[in-house]
Design a binder for this molecule. Structure first.
Ligand SMILES: Nc1ncnc2c1ncn2[C@@H]1O[C@H](COP(=O)(O)OP(=O)(O)OP(=O)(O)O)[C@@H](O)[C@H]1O
Length: 331
């Protein structure tokens, strides 16, 4: 689902600059509250983080392009927040609220974990912004897990009650738990090549590439060092390819991780899946063991049997979530 993006910014109103910054992509936009109370995004832009020394350079370039000054800022980063600062996990950027406020003369600057923003955004998008993976209505009166593979694996938990409280986690760094013989071989392959095989080292964009490499090695086939998008394209083109086996297995592993998150966080309200990789692999989920791996928890299976699971299809959800953090905050 594509959220409508109006082209005109109301310059007579306050402007809030919002950002979603991952290990690969940085998205910036201007957010405003409409008269009807909705949040509108304007002028969304995507930047490759590898092309910039620091986040400040991206912001400076954006503000220069549109020749505007924002009064407030809300920025989501893939990394944990300590005090007013975020240290990103997969790149060496450190960003603080105080520095952003001073550098860009902002009245308010908020930095937050990207899956806190994703979770906040997920609570405001309409039903048609999701694909239903396991039916049922997500119940925000109970805990809800929000997770997703991108450059890393994000995981947060929405707690019941108002105002909304969201716990960021570093759950992508839990140990990878293999669910079948092939995954045990994949784990063995990578355990011999890296000091710690986390969930995110295999269930993420770079993880899809590692999974393909390992499966090709295990099956004695050439891997041709395919990138994550190339693996997905090859999987679409040839049902018998190692790429197809890789993507199907990746979906099963995502189901296993989502089930682990649900039981660990007590997410009886539901599980919401986002992240840059998810929408590309979505067509393969139904033909994978995603549901079985989510639900098969041995004696704990009864706990997850009625938990609904949805996949976010809407665009810019973390940007809406970040915007809501400041636009909904009391002045
Ligand atoms: N068509 C595709 N199929 C599969 N994976 C893809 C595709 N396009 C991009 N990716 C992968 O998605 C990942 C980037 O995801 P995303 O857009 O969520 O980035 P990000 O926000 O920078 O990540 P994160 O927030 O986890 O640090 C990259 O690893 C990339 O290889």
């Amino acid at each position: 689902m594509q959220m409508p993006e109006p082209q005109t910014v109301d310059l007579s109103q306050e402007l809030t600059l919002v950002g979603d910054v991952g290990g690969t992509n940085c998205r910036l936009a201007l957010a405003q509250r409409t008269a009807s109370g909705n949040i509108e995004l304007h002028h969304s832009e995507r930047y490759a983080v590898a092309e910039y020394e620091h986040f400040n350079d991206v912001v400076a370039s954006y503000l220069k392009k549109y020749d505007i000054r924002a009064q407030r800022g809300a920025f989501a980063f893939a990394g944990p927040k300590f005090d007013d600062e975020i240290r990103m996990t997969n790149i060496n950027w450190i960003v603080s609220e105080d520095e952003l406020r001073r550098t860009f003369a902002l009245e308010t600057a908020v930095v937050l974990n990207d899956f806190v923003a994703m979770a906040n955004g997920a609570t405001v998008i309409p039903d048609d912004g999701f694909d239903v993976l396991i039916p049922g209505k997500v119940n925000y009166n109970k805990p809800v897990s929000v997770l997703g593979p991108g450059t890393g694996m994000g995981l947060s938990c929405i707690l019941p009650g108002r105002p909304l409280r969201i716990i960021p986690t570093e759950g992508g760094h839990t140990a990878f738990a293999p669910g079948d013989e092939l995954e045990r071989d994949v784990l063995r392959y990578w355990a011999n090549r890296m000091p710690f095989v986390s969930a995110e080292s295999l269930i993420s964009g770079p993880g899809l590439e590692r999974l393909h490499t390992a499966i090709c090695a295990i099956m004695d086939k050439p891997s041709n060092d395919l990138t994550a998008p190339e693996v997905v394209t090859a999987a679409q083109l040839d049902k018998t390819s190692t790429a197809r086996i890789t993507v199907t297995q990746f979906c099963s592993m995502l189901g296993g991780f989502a089930g682990n998150a649900a039981v660990t966080q007590g997410a009886s309200g539901g599980v919401v899946i986002g992240g840059g990789v998810s929408r590309h692999i979505a067509p393969f989920i139904q033909s994978s063991d995603f549901i079985e791996r989510f639900k098969n928890r041995g004696p704990g299976s009864w706990y997850v049997k009625d938990i609904p699971v949805r996949l976010i299809r809407a665009d810019f959800v973390p940007l809406y979530g970040a915007a809501a953090m400041v636009l909904d905050a009391p002045n």
